[in-house]
Design a protein around this ligand. Structure first.
Ligand code: 9WO
Length: 243
């Protein structure tokens, strides 16, 4: 997997490249990363990447020209590797990100992630160069970098070899469409509240049953839409309705 990230603030991505599972995956060569700063492709002496919006209104809009020059440079590099870019722009108006989309993106050889700033990007650039728009949710951030980091993190976790057995077990659990069961660790009683007895029983079958029941109940309470989409077996229905 190769990530080409278009951003005015490349340093924001150090958080993903230098730490944790994603930093380990980079060290293992499971993915490559290159940041491209539109300011390096600005053609005027002020190295402008934005300008005032036509039609008036507050703030500035990112210029199409420097961004287009970045895309040409990325395409030229990818051509050396016979790879076609897949270009994503992050905006609240995009398709909501979910596990299915993450899994689809993780199967691609390359992703170009465009992180906008200011009030947005000239629509003529988006229409010509962007393949899809993705949203993290119905809220506005200061830039597209955090959504780009989120997509990179989620995609990297899908790459073969990035997770150890424990980490992949956790990952798979969400992939089966249910929310996570509650988890507990020492002390056995904390501020007067004990760990659920079944977890102290050593009865692995009972523990597995309890955890699935908790997941079913939590998902039914908090995300009935997930349950609707996933469906339930007869046994799961009985477990959900049982005590
Ligand atoms: C901002 C915006 C607000 C309401 C409806 C649509 C919108 N599009 C954008 C936009 O493209 N903004 C650019 C990227 C420039 C300003 C910072 N940007 C941004 C992206 N803010 N918030 C996001 C974002 C991206 C994905 N999921 C949630 C928020």
């Amino acid at each position: 997997m190769r990530f080409d990230v278009v951003t005015l603030f490349p340093g924001l991505f150090d958080a993903l490249l230098d730490f944790g599972i994603t930093g380990r995956a980079l060290d293992r060569g499971l993915f490559r990363f290159k940041a491209w700063n539109p300011r390096d492709f600005a053609t005027d002496s002020y190295r402008s990447v934005d300008d005032r919006p036509y039609g008036g209104g507050p703030g500035m809009v990112m210029l199409a020209e420097p961004l287009d020059a970045v895309m040409d440079a990325i395409e030229a590099e990818l051509r050396q590797e016979s790879v076609e870019p897949h270009v994503i722009y992050f905006t609240p108006r995009g398709r909501p990100l979910d596990h299915a989309k993450v899994a689809e993106l993780a199967r691609r050889p390359q992703l170009t992630l465009i992180a906008g700033r200011y009030e947005g990007v000239d629509e003529r650039f988006l229409r010509r160069r962007v393949h899809e728009e993705i949203s993290l949710g119905d809220f506005v951030l200061s830039g597209g970098e955090i959504p780009a980091l989120a997509v990179m993190d989620a995609v990297i976790r899908q790459l073969p070899g990035s997770l150890n057995n424990v980490e992949s077990a956790m990952q798979e659990s969400f992939a089966d469409g249910l929310l996570e069961a509650p988890c507990y660790t020492r002390p056995e009683v904390w501020q007067g509240e004990a760990v659920p007895e079944v977890l102290m029983s050593g009865n692995h079958k009972a523990i597995e049953r309890w955890r699935l029941q908790q997941r079913l109940k939590l998902t039914a309470q908090r995300r009935p839409d997930l349950l609707e989409k996933r469906g339930l077996s007869r046994a799961e229905k009985d477990l959900l309705d049982g005590d």
